[in-house]
Design a binder for this molecule. Structure first.
Ligand SMILES: C[S@@+](CC[C@H](N)C(=O)[O-])C[C@H]1O[C@@H](n2cnc3c(N)ncnc32)[C@H](O)[C@@H]1O
Length: 482
């Protein structure tokens, strides 16, 4: 026989509950407490005798054996304070025990020295105490507990459950949604279930409301930018956060970026915030609408030129637009007020020492040229982006560019823009994936891509499907093909 020294704080089990009944989750646990004056309570809490209680348990099932372990005599239950007040102004220091016989002699001795009275106390736990995992484990059929979906992706105030519900979970979907909502409010106000893999043109997730308000207009923050969008009308995937950041990190402030499938701006807006000039295009009118909002909210209107057209037409027009109406020069780096003051003081000192009259201001830096050369294309439409690559054929040749002096701007391999094209592959080994992607890209371009081409594994989207970003310089001969 071995004694049980830990309290059972698991929730009451209500297997098969289909409609959440929060009141069904109440539990009363009788424990012991040491009643002391307020001045003594702190002493009990820091006492080594109370904090390091030696538990010896005896097992006599086959062979008598003793086990020794140390634990605290003080209540050790997550999120429950170990001191409570009493009506007569004293304190109850709660103990980890239900039976006086389990208290060791040194603890009893110490409590006696402190004039503590050992009394009975009841812990009251309710729905608010347990985690979503605890509650779901208590209500779902046993065989569904292990895989129970309590995780979610947060998009603003929306929690998108990773349910992708298998049919066994369907009877419990609203209950699961409600528990996720309860346990994550006020941050979450809406919980949805992604219904199927996206197959529509604008890559919008089909979803159903599981719990909360049917409000899909979210404000989401990524890379220090604010994005507003209607999640039921546009594409957004929070899991691409690191990929957005990775690509934007490759841009320098001088760059001119053309984002062919820009969505509501997760590449375009952070790129503009670092100084890049950006053409941001998306065919979905709703994405375009929110892109405009996000450009204004993030104060990058001078640096982002939005459009709402087919990606192919956009690629054909972008080079011409950049030369017809170049972007403003790179903004000069911001100088802090302190630095400005220091520079002014330094100039005054210099002027004084040379006894020349003070200068009104430092000479203006030579004006930087306006930006007319596109340096990067971003193409995040993994299902189809490779298909759009043929739009680059002859894009800089007279047939598309007319009389514009493009050969001066794009004079040779190193002056050609990088193309960052997203795609899927079923080849799961990196070398084979690179061969597969390179072959599809070159077939569509009608030309080989350079040795400086890279293949970056973005993420695995299914057990047999990976998402890659292939980055290559647009081949000169493709762009200038007659
Ligand atoms: C996978 S989403 C990427 C959006 C955004 N760049 C991101 O990373 O979140 C692809 C976008 O391409 C847009 N799109 C689909 N077909 C298009 C086309 N033919 N021309 C331009 N945009 C298109 C969709 O509306 C969608 O916003």
């Amino acid at each position: 026989m071995s004694r049980k020294f830990s309290l059972d704080v698991s929730p009451p089990v209500h297997r098969g509950m289909a409609v959440l009944d929060r009141d069904a989750f109440r539990k009363e646990i009788p424990i012991l407490a040491a009643k002391v004056s307020p001045a003594k309570a702190g002493k009990l809490l820091v006492s080594q005798v109370m904090k390091r209680y030696v538990v010896v348990s005896l097992s006599i099932e086959l062979v008598p054996m003793y086990f020794a372990d140390t634990k605290s005599a003080l209540l050790d239950v997550r999120r429950v304070k170990s001191v409570a007040g009493t009506d007569d102004g004293n304190r109850l220091v709660l103990l980890n025990f239900q039976d006086r016989a389990d208290l060791s002699p040194d603890v009893l001795e110490f409590l006696k020295e402190q004039s503590a009275e050992i009394v009975s106390h009841t812990l009251h736990l309710n729905y608010g105490y347990w985690t979503s995992g605890d509650i779901l484990a208590a209500v779902l059929p046993e065989d569904l507990v292990e895989e129970a979906p309590s995780g979610f992706a947060a998009i603003g105030h929306i929690g998108m459950s990773h349910l992708n519900l298998n049919s066994e979970y369907l009877p419990y979907k609203h209950l699961i949604g409600q528990v996720i909502l309860d346990k994550n409010s006020p941050h979450l106000r809406t919980v949805v279930n992604k219904l199927d893999s996206i197959s529509n043109q604008f890559r919008v997730f089909k979803m159903e409301l599981l719990a909360g308000e049917p409000d899909y207009i979210v404000q989401h923050h990524e890379s220090n930018c604010q994005f507003t969008f209607d999640f039921s009308e546009v594409y957004w995937n929070s899991r691409l956060h690191t990929e957005h950041a990775r690509l934007v990190d490759q841009f320098s402030p001088e760059d001119v970026v053309a984002d062919v499938f820009a969505g509501v701006g997760p590449f375009a807006i952070p790129a503009a915030k670092k100084g890049c000039a950006v053409f941001a295009n998306d065919l979905n009118p709703e994405s375009h609408k929110y892109l405009l909002t996000n450009i204004a909210d993030n104060k990058v209107s001078t640096l982002v030129q939005p459009s709402c057209e087919d990606g192919r037409a956009f690629i054909r027009a972008a080079f011409n637009r950049a030369i017809d109406d170049p972007f403003p020069p790179v903004p000069p780096p911001k100088i802090s007020k302190t630095k400005q003051k220091q520079e002014r003081a330094q100039r005054l000192r210099e002027d004084d020492s040379s006894r020349s009259p003070p200068r009104a201001s430092s000479p203006a830096p030579p004006s930087a040229p306006r930006r007319a050369r596109i340096t990067h294309f971003s193409m995040n439409l993994p299902e189809l982006a490779i298909e759009f690559l043929d739009a680059f054929r002859g894009v800089l040749a007279a047939g598309n560019a007319g009389e514009r002096p493009l050969s001066g701007l794009y004079g040779g391999h190193d002056a050609m823009p990088w193309v960052h094209c997203y795609c899927f592959t079923r080849e799961l080994e990196p070398e084979k994936a690179a061969v597969d992607i390179r072959q599809r890209v070159e077939e569509r371009l009608g030309h080989a891509v350079g040795q400086d081409t890279s293949f970056y594994l973005v993420r695995s989207v299914a057990p047999n499907k990976d998402m890659y970003c292939v980055s290559f310089r647009l081949p000169y001969d493709v762009a200038f093909a007659a």
